[in-house]
Design a protein around this ligand. Structure first.
Ligand SMILES: C[S@@+](CC[C@H](N)C(=O)[O-])C[C@H]1O[C@@H](n2cnc3c(N)ncnc32)[C@H](O)[C@@H]1O
Length: 450
C-alpha cells in the first residue's frame, strides 16, 4: 500500500458526480469534489485499485453546501448532496448537453422548488450488523454489505419511520434478516409506497419463504404504531438475485394496492407495478411531454412502456384513441382498472413486449400519429426501433431517465428520417446524479434519411 497527498484542481465532473483531477497526467475521479475547486487529496494505492479522498478544500466552489450530517448513511444514494440546487441544475444541464446538444438546443432544466423528501417509494434491505442487531439500508456498491440508512433527505419521512418500527418489531418476532451469501434467513427487504395526494401507505415485506409465524400479531403491532398504513403485502422472493421483488405475493392486510392522484386522474398502483417516484415532478414531466405533442383531438396515439397507464389516461381526453403496451402483467391489470376507475373509454391496453407489439403494428400498417415512449434505463431495442421507423408516426415523444441510452436510440432514429425539435431535461431525482429528459422528434420523410 502506497499513500500520498497532492494538491489538485478539479477540471470537471463525471456522470457519478465525482470530481475529475489530473495527477501526473493521469485522470483521477474524486468523490465530494466540485468542478473549479482546488483541494489536497489523499491517494491510497492498494493492490488492484486506488482509493482517493479529499483531505482539505483550499478553494471552495460557490455551489458547495454543507449536507445535513445527522442523516446516517445517505451519501450512498445522494451523490450530489454537497451541491446547491443551482449547482445540481448546472451539473445535470451539462450532462444532458454533453450527450444531446449535437441534436439540437437543450432547454433549461425544470427543477423542483423543494427538492427533499420527494421519494414516494423507499426500499430498505435488511441485515444483521456485527453486533447482530437488525439494520436496514442499501448495499455498498458491488458487495452484499448493507450500509445502514435510518433517515434520508429524499425519502418520504413517514416511510423511514415505518421502516424503523418494522426493524424493532422484527426483533421481537425473531424475524431473521436474510443473508445473501449463506442464503439463510427470512426478511430480505422492506418496501414502502405512499400516495402523495391520497396519503395511502403500502408496506411490502419481501421474505424468502411464506412461513411467517406470528404474522397476525406482527401486523396488529405494526398497525397500532402506524394506523396510517392502508395495506400490507407479503412478497415471496426465494431466488438468488439482486431483483427486489419475487413473483408470488399474499395480501396480509387491506386491498393490496394503493391509489394516488396525478394530473386529476386516480391511479391504482400494485406492489409490482412501476410508478414514477417523484409525484410533483411527474406532473411537470407529463405536462411538458403532452404539451410538446400539440395534439388536436383526432389522433390515434401509442403509449409504449405504459406502466399503469398514466400517460395514456392523462392524454386520453386530447386524442381520439390511445393504445398502451406494457410487459408487466400486474401493471397492465392496474392500467385497465385505472381506465374504468376514471371512466375513460378510448384507452386500450396490451400486455406484451413493446418490441413484439410494434412489429405487429407495423405489419398491420396501423396509422399512429404520435408515439409516446418511456422505456426503462436500458432504452429501447432494435426490434422496437426498426418497427417504429416502419410505422413512421408523425411525431415521437421520447421520455427517458438515462440520456446515454436515449442518445444511442436517437442516433438510430435521426438516421432513419426523424428530426429532433425539442429537448427538455427535467430533474426528477434531486440530490442524485440521475436526470430525465423528453425529446420531441418529427418525421421528415425518407428523403431526410442519412
Ligand atoms: C420508465 S417506466 C415508464 C412507465 C410509465 N410510462 C410511467 O411513466 O409510469 C418503463 C416501463 O416499461 C416497462 N417495460 C420494461 N421492458 C419492457 C418491454 N420490453 N416491453 C414493454 N414494457 C416494458 C416496465 O415494466 C415499466 O413499466
Amino acid at each position: 500500500m502506497k499513500k500520498e497527498q497532492v494538491k489538485v484542481k478539479c477540471i470537471g465532473m463525471d456522470e457519478r458526480g465525482k470530481g475529475i483531477v489530473k495527477v501526473r497526467g493521469q485522470r483521477i475521479h474524486v468523490p465530494n469534489l466540485i468542478e473549479g475547486e482546488t483541494a489536497v487529496v489523499e491517494i491510497i494505492q492498494r493492490k488492484n485499485f486506488k482509493e482517493v479522498k479529499v483531505v482539505q478544500i483550499l478553494e471552495k466552489s460557490k455551489y458547495r453546501v454543507v449536507p445535513d450530517q445527522s442523516l446516517e448513511g445517505q451519501w450512498e444514494g445522494c451523490q450530489l448532496q454537497h451541491l446547491s440546487n443551482e449547482g445540481q441544475a448546472e451539473f445535470k444541464q451539462k450532462m444532458v448537453e454533453r450527450l444531446l446538444k449535437p441534436y439540437g438546443k437543450v432547454s433549461k432544466i425544470l427543477t423542483m422548488d423543494d427538492p427533499y423528501h420527494y421519494r414516494n417509494k423507499v426500499i430498505s434491505t435488511v441485515a444483521y450488523n456485527q453486533k447482530r442487531e437488525i439494520i436496514s439500508g442499501i448495499y455498498e456498491e458491488n458487495t452484499h454489505r448493507v450500509i445502514p440508512v435510518t433517515q434520508c433527505m429524499i425519502h418520504n419521512k413517514q416511510a423511514d419511520k415505518i421502516i424503523s418500527t418494522i426493524r424493532k418489531i422484527a426483533k421481537t418476532y425473531k424475524m431473521q434478516p436474510y443473508n445473501e451469501d449463506a442464503r439463510q434467513g427470512f426478511l430480505r427487504h422492506i418496501l414502502i409506497r405512499t400516495g402523495f395526494a391520497t396519503k395511502e401507505v403500502m408496506v411490502v415485506l419481501v421474505v424468502s419463504n411464506q412461513i411467517f409465524p406470528g404474522k397476525k400479531n406482527f401486523i396488529k403491532e405494526l398497525l397500532k404504531v402506524h394506523p396510517e398504513i392502508t395495506t400490507i403485502v407479503m412478497n415471496i422472493n426465494n431466488r438468488q438475485t439482486s431483483v427486489v421483488l419475487g413473483d408470488k405475493e399474499q395480501v396480509l392486510y387491506g386491498k393490496g394496492y394503493i391509489e394516488d392522484i396525478l394530473c386529476e386522474r386516480v391511479f391504482q398502483i400494485s406492489a409490482k407495478s412501476f410508478y414514477q417516484i417523484n409525484p410533483i415532478q411527474t406532473e411537470v414531466l407529463y405536462g411538458k411531454a403532452i404539451e410538446m405533442a400539440k395534439l388536436k383531438g383526432n389522433e390515434v396515439v401509442l403509449d409504449a412502456y405504459c406502466g399503469i397507464g398514466t400517460i395514456s389516461l392523462i392524454v386520453s381526453d386530447k386524442v381520439k384513441e390511445v393504445i398502451g403496451v406494457e410487459v408487466n402483467k400486474e401493471a397492465v391489470k392496474d392500467a385497465i382498472k385505472n381506465a374504468k376507475r376514471n371512466k375513460i373509454t378510448n384507452a386500450y391496453f396490451h400486455q406484451e413486449d413493446a418490441g413484439e407489439f410494434m412489429v405487429g403494428l407495423a405489419k398491420q400498417k396501423q396509422t399512429i400519429h404520435t408515439v409516446f415512449m418511456d422505456p426503462p434505463r436500458g432504452g429501447s431495442d432494435q426490434k422496437f426501433l426498426s418497427s417504429l421507423v416502419r410505422l413512421s408516426p408523425k411525431q415521437i415523444v421520447y421520455i427517458s431517465c438515462n440520456p446515454t441510452t436515449q442518445e444511442r436510440d436517437l442516433r438510430y432514429l435521426t438516421k432513419q428520417g426523424y428530426k429532433v425539435r425539442e429537448i427538455q431535461p427535467v430533474d426528477m431525482f434531486p440530490q442524485t446524479v440521475h436526470v430525465e429528459s423528453i425529446i420531441l422528434m418529427t418525421y421528415c420523410g425518407s428523403e431526410a434519411k442519412q
